[in-house]
Design a protein. Structure first.
Length: 171
């Protein structure tokens, strides 16, 4: 009898562990994602080497920071800020960024953007115009061959920094 009870307890424990593992796999495939900041393009908001947890969602608003698959190589993930929404006209000028003729307020920028040539972009339907917060050191919509990211490439929004521990916390 004692052996049978121990086997039953071991089976129940193994089943519980299996359920927890499967729940975590589901959670990280369908709800959450792990992200790494490989460069300084989003400084000061996110610094190189940070590790984040993001929620998988595709609802996007102006000013949101999103993680997306780079259209030029969908196996690579990027993190950038949404500047232009579908139908917007984005103008890059010496004195700042304009969206639909209005100056974009950007308190998250560390320094003023250096502009060599003014640019105008009209964001197509179902697409976004994205820029890094470190405007002078960011490979983003201003430089890409195809400057817009289709909504199908959006993976999620960063929600939590977990590394380095000194910066850990909700975003």
């Amino acid at each position: 009898m004692l052996v049978l009870k121990e086997n039953r307890i071991s089976f129940i424990q193994a089943a519980i562990v299996l359920v927890i593992i499967l729940a975590e796999i589901f959670l990280f495939r369908k709800v959450l994602m792990n992200a790494y900041i490989p460069s300084e393009s989003m400084e000061p908001t996110f610094t190189e080497g940070m590790r984040l947890i993001a929620t998988r969602e595709d609802k996007v608003g102006r000013g949101d920071v999103i993680i997306f698959r780079f259209p030029g190589d969908p196996s690579v993930h990027y993190i950038k800020r949404v500047i232009g929404l579908p139908g917007d006209t984005v103008e890059i000028k010496e004195d700042g960024v304009y969206v639909n003729g209005e100056t974009l307020e950007e308190p998250y920028l560390k320094e003023r953007m250096k502009v060599q040539d003014e640019q105008i972009f009209v964001v197509p339907e179902d697409s976004y115009f994205l820029m890094g917060d470190n405007r002078n050191n960011s490979y983003d919509s201003r430089a890409w061959k195809e400057p817009y990211v289709d909504k199908k490439y959006v993976e999620g929004h960063p929600r939590l920094v977990y590394w380095p521990l000194s910066k850990a916390g909700a975003i």
